[in-house]
Design a protein around this ligand. Structure first.
Ligand SMILES: [Zn+2]
Length: 89
């Protein structure tokens, strides 16, 4: 499985875990994802030709990884020192 380069990896401000910032392919917003790839992750991360990481949600309609993608967990889901989440409604 491909992995992020070391220069993409940065410690989380809140819990010091290794994360990467990636741009969502849906709307171009920055999203923190766990640096370590995991087969349990619901995100597919890839490194663009511009050396920026891009992330998309793996959906039932598009479950297969494309070449160069790896699976990762959104850091919101694993951060041991939230609050990343929005307030409950
Ligand atoms: Zn964290």
């Amino acid at each position: 499985m491909p992995q992020p380069s070391s220069h993409h990896i940065t410690p989380c401000r809140r819990c010091r875990a290794s994360i990467c910032w990636a741009l969502t392919t849906a709307n171009g917003r920055r999203q923190p994802v766990d640096a370590a790839p995991t087969a349990d992750g619901n995100l597919a991360v890839t490194r663009g030709a511009d050396d920026v990481l891009y992330v998309r949600v793996i959906t039932q309609a598009r479950p297969e990884l494309r070449p160069g993608e790896w699976q990762a967990m959104p850091h919101h889901a694993t951060c041991t020192n939230p609050p990343w989440q929005r307030r409950p409604r």
